[in-house]
Design a protein around this ligand. Structure first.
Ligand code: AHM
Ligand code: MG
Length: 357
């Protein structure tokens, strides 16, 4: 009998439906508690899931509806052209959390200043930081994009101040991303490992699909925009020359960080967005992109670095601060760091020699 003649094992086919674990139930299971804090986190993740479903629904029909594709004609606080989908997704998260009762403040890379929901501030003192559409240049060509999020406790007493957000990434209490690809996936961590959920459109629910994901210590992928080669420091160029000259490496770069990180999380490797001549701190924003993904990747056993410092230790000077980002498998990140350290050592030696005349 060929494989194709085998009768379908219906018990197996429906097993997932029977045992399905939803996101909110999973959060409570992870915390092994029904404490108010656990209930809050579960409700917060539920709201993120709602926003993800609304964005996914819009993306799947983007080519068919008015005003979904293209630019708005405005630039954001970072000086980047704003797309219609950026504005839509930014607003979706606000709407989802306006009714949550839990989030007092939202900060995103699309807004100059945080957005306050005064009605929520007396009860809910959480802040949501997010990148509503990551990789938005992919939207118009129907390729994968993502959303990235982090939740922090609101610590400042000063109303309408964002000073308390200028703290390191260890302060994050929940992080994750949504990948809008062939299926929509939500990957999250609340400090108890990393777990992936897949949206079942027929149920309208995110269902647990991979639990306790561990990133391989080494992987073949290096993911970087090599068009910036001319703009990099010599250390990064040396690393790229190294992978070009050694067997076992393969390049993958989608233009959307979430997609590239998702591949690396499951298959291993390293993603880099180093400083360039035009953007010495790199392109990626610490609070909305680098710090949430660093927390998640470290929870999966990987590493995230600026090249000289752990991303989670970086304290931003301003809300929209950027950092160079090297993230992924432990050994691959360490290899990139070793090129940077060697370059810095050589530079110091040269400076000492010059100062001695
Ligand atoms: P965005 O959030 O404004 O879309 O910018 C972030 C994106 C990342 O998803 C991606 O890795 C990077 O920018 C691509 O930038 P580049 O086109 O310079 O390679
Ligand atoms: Mg982004």
């Amino acid at each position: 009998m060929t494989e194709i003649d085998q009768p379908l094992d219906l018990n197996h086919q429906y097993a997932l439906d029977r045992d399905c674990t939803t996101l909110s139930r999973h959060v409570l299971q992870q915390l092994q508690s029904f404490s108010p804090e656990a209930q809050d986190l579960s409700a917060l993740m539920n709201r993120i899931a709602l926003a993800a479903k609304l964005v996914a629904r819009r993306l799947t029909r983007a080519g068919l509806v008015e005003d979904a594709l293209g630019f708005t004609g405005r630039t954001n606080v970072q000086g980047e052209s704003v797309k219609k989908m950026d504005v839509f997704a930014n607003q979706v998260f606000i709407s989802a959390f306006e009714q949550s009762g839990l989030v007092c403040r939202l900060a995103s890379e699309e807004m100059d200043n945080p957005y306050y929901i005064p009605d929520n501030c007396s009860i809910g003192r959480y802040t949501l930081l997010y990148d509503p559409i990551d990789g938005s240049s992919n939207v118009d060509i129907n390729l994968n994009v993502g959303s990235i999020f982090a939740i922090r406790r609101q610590e400042g007493e000063e109303p309408y101040s964002s000073e308390d957000l200028l703290q390191d990434g260890h302060k994050q209490i929940a992080v994750g991303y949504i990948l809008y690809g062939p299926s929509t996936m939500l990957v999250y961590s609340i400090g108890h490992g990393v777990h992936a959920f897949t949206l079942d459109p027929s149920l309208g629910e995110f269902i647990l699909s991979s639990e306790n994901i561990r990133i391989p210590d080494h992987g073949p992928v290096y993911s970087v925009n090599e068009g910036n080669f001319w703009q990099w420091e010599e250390s990064i160029r040396n690393y790229i020359r190294y992978v070009h000259r050694h067997e076992g490496y393969t390049a993958r770069y989608s233009g959307a960080l979430v997609g590239d990180i998702h591949r690396i999380l499951f298959q291993g490797g390293v993603f880099l967005y180093p400083g360039t001549v035009k953007k010495p701190e790199g392109k990626l924003r610490l609070l909305y992109e680098s710090a949430p993904l660093a927390f998640l990747i470290e929870q999966a056993g990987g590493k995230a670095s600026t090249g000289t410092q752990s991303i989670l230790d970086v304290v931003p000077e301003k809300l929209h601060a950027r950092t160079p980002l090297i993230i992924g498998s432990k050994e691959d990140v360490a290899l990139v760091e070793s090129f940077i350290q060697e370059h810095n050592r050589e530079q110091q030696e040269r400076e000492i020699l010059t100062s001695k005349g």
